[in-house]
Write a protein that binds this ligand. Structure first.
Ligand SMILES: [Zn+2]
Length: 208
């Protein structure tokens, strides 16, 4: 009975504080054992923030605007992805290897920041939904999907934006893709710094 009381108290406190303007606390976006320290994070060998990416067909040369996070539990069926903090889902594209979720968050100061989760699958969040860091919003691609789209997508591409993503007119094919990020617009360090936080610095700041 006492246990139930504390669980209820926790849920009440958590949800009454999960609106805007609460102190932001960040958690890692994947199911690492300890989601409260950046020391747990494992990135792919070319998955660091700001790394130079060469031009490819349909993709200009650019600096990597996020980090590429490895799946923490070697789970190729249902490796879950979580928001890093409470916020509101503002854009979803659910169309294969570039499937993406964008979440808007507000800091205590009233300022906003935006997080982006890309190469995701099994999306379980809706536009306008208030999300929290303990309920999954998607998963890493499973084995069948990677065999289909390519194993270069075997990671979570994660970004943190300083600037509001650009609004996009939705199409009938992608009705919930309402915003687009600046991931191909950063060719210099100054572009990168203008649009993006270094995710590791940012998470470090808000988990400590
Ligand atoms: Zn990436």
């Amino acid at each position: 009975m006492l246990k139930l009381y504390f669980v209820t108290l926790f849920i009440t406190l958590f949800f009454t504080n999960s609106g805007c303007c609460q102190k932001v606390e960040c958690f890692l976006p994947a199911a690492y054992k300890n989601r409260t320290t950046v020391d747990s994070l494992k990135l792919t060998s070319i998955g660091h923030f700001g790394q130079a990416r060469k031009a490819r067909p349909n993709i200009p040369a650019h600096l990597h605007t996020g980090i590429d996070i490895k799946r923490p539990n070697n789970n190729y069926k249902n490796e879950l992805i979580f928001p890093v903090a409470g916020g509101k889902v503002i854009s979803i594209r659910d169309d294969g290897p570039y499937a993406q979720i964008i979440i808007e968050h507000q800091l205590e100061s009233g300022k906003y920041f935006w997080t982006v989760y890309e190469h995701v699958s099994g999306i379980r969040a809706d536009i306008g939904e208030q999300v929290n860091p303990f309920k999954p919003i998607a998963r890493f691609m499973n084995k069948d999907e990677l065999n289909n789209y390519g194993w270069q997508f075997d990671h979570l591409h994660f970004e943190i934006l300083k600037k509001r993503p650009r609004p996009l007119k939705p199409t009938s094919k992608l009705p919930y893709r309402l915003f687009v990020t600046y991931s191909l617009k950063c060719s210099t360090k100054s572009d990168l710094n203008n649009y993006y936080f270094d995710p590791i610095d940012f998470i470090f700041k808000f988990t400590n």
